[in-house]
Each structure stands twice: as C-alpha cells, then as structure tokens.
Design a protein around this ligand. Structure first.
Ligand code: TYD
Length: 206
C-alpha cells in the first residue's frame, strides 16, 4: 500500500503549519498513520541546512547556491523520511516543498523554473505531492499574523521586501493555474476551523 503526500504552500503567515496540524489530527482520528514534517528541514541533515540558509547572521549565498542548498535539504528529506513513510502506507503532511523553491528562488529571485525542476529531478527523482494545498491570504492580514507569531523576528527570506513577497504570491497562483490537477487553492481567511473544513473538502476527506 502507498500513502498520500499532501503539501501546504503559500506565503509567510497564511497558516500552513496550523492547517497541517488540524489535518493530521483529523486523519489520525480515522486511524491513519500520519507523518507531519516541514521544509527546509524534517530530517537532521535537512534541519542543519535550514539553520544555515535561514539564519539572520552568518554567510550569504547567491540565488543559485541558495537553490542548490534547498534542493539538497529536500533530497535528504525525500530519501530518508518522505519516501519510506509513503512506502509503508503513511500519509505525509509537509509544510512547504518544491513549489516554495519555484516561487521563492524562481518567482521571487528570478531563477528559471526549468532549472529548479532539474535540481528537483537530480535531488529527489522529481517526487511530486498528490495534492498541494495553496493557502492564499490578503498580504496585510498575513503580515499581521506573522507579527503576532514571531513578534517582528523575521528570518533571512521572510524579511525580504514586500515586492519580493508579491512576486512569490503571484508565482504560486501561476503554478496552481498551470496544474489544477495537483493544486487545491484555498482561501485562508477566517477561523482555523473554517479553513480546515475547506481543506478537508479539497483533499476529498470531508
Ligand atoms: P518557515 O519559517 O518555515 O516558513 P513560514 O515563514 O511560512 O512559516 O521559513 C521558511 C522560509 O524559507 C520561507 O521564507 C520560505 C523559504 N523557502 C525558500 O525560499 N525555498 C524553499 O524551497 C523552501 C522550502 C522555503
């Protein structure tokens, strides 16, 4: 038996990790094995790369080097955590994945989408999620949520300018429009439980 691979995507502060936790709880209540994880990170090797790329102090990298680091973290995560979990029939819920690399290093920073996809093929044998839940939220509301959560402490990428984040948001919507079979675009306005109900309906688990 093979499990299902569900990814939550979207800009900062849209509620990805909250929705991942609510979905995990709902699926576990049905007796399913659920693995929740995140990117960059999820395994010791990938978390070590996360600490490097998101630290607000220390060395910085060109966008190409940054894309390679995200792809390397993903390769470790896919090989040592995601594929084994799917192979034993678990559901894997992941906070960010490939489309974050496409949206941030591509849409935000200007790398070619084909190059990011090539890194994904080399690093992770092009493994794609079954469903990518794209959470969308008004930028002012997202910024207010981030402010409440992090009290103004932004990581190196989260702290980039508003026009960078606008390009990221537009890129996510473009990928969803190009591949409607893989994406579920969900409005993240309102209470967490209301958004959760939309997520359950979208993945066909309501
Ligand atoms: P994180 O705190 O996990 O996300 P959020 O701010 O949504 O809670 O930070 C991850 C940051 O890394 C976020 O700014 C997006 C960025 N990122 C990339 O630029 N490329 C990638 O491939 C991934 C997975 C994340």
């Amino acid at each position: 038996m093979s499990g299902r691979f569900i990814v939550f995507e979207g800009g900062e502060g849209v509620g990805k990790s909250t929705q991942s936790q609510l979905l995990a709880k709902a699926l576990r209540a049905r007796g399913l094995e659920v693995v929740t994880t995140r990117e960059p990170g999820g395994t010791p090797g990938a978390e070590a790369i996360r600490a490097l790329v998101l630290a607000s102090v220390g060395p910085t990298w060109s966008v190409r080097a940054e894309a390679l680091l995200f792809a390397a973290a993903r390769a470790d995560h896919v090989e040592t955590l995601i594929r084994p979990a799917l192979a034993r029939g678990a559901w894997v819920l992941c906070d960010r994945y490939l489309d974050s690399s496409r949206a941030y290093q591509g849409g935000g920073s200007g790398l070619q989408d084909a190059d990011i996809m090539a890194l994904h093929r080399i690093g992770s044998e092009a493994l794609l999620p079954d469903v990518t839940v794209l959470l969308t939220l008004d930028p002012a509301e997202a910024a207010a949520r981030v402010e409440r959560r992090d009290e103004g402490a932004l990581d190196r990428i989260g702290g980039r300018a508003a026009d960078y984040h606008a390009r990221v948001a537009a890129a996510f919507l473009r990928y969803a429009a190009e591949d409607p079979a893989r994406f579920a675009v969900i409005a993240a306005e309102g209470a967490p439980e209301a958004v959760h109900a939309r997520v359950l309906a979208a993945i066909g688990a309501a």
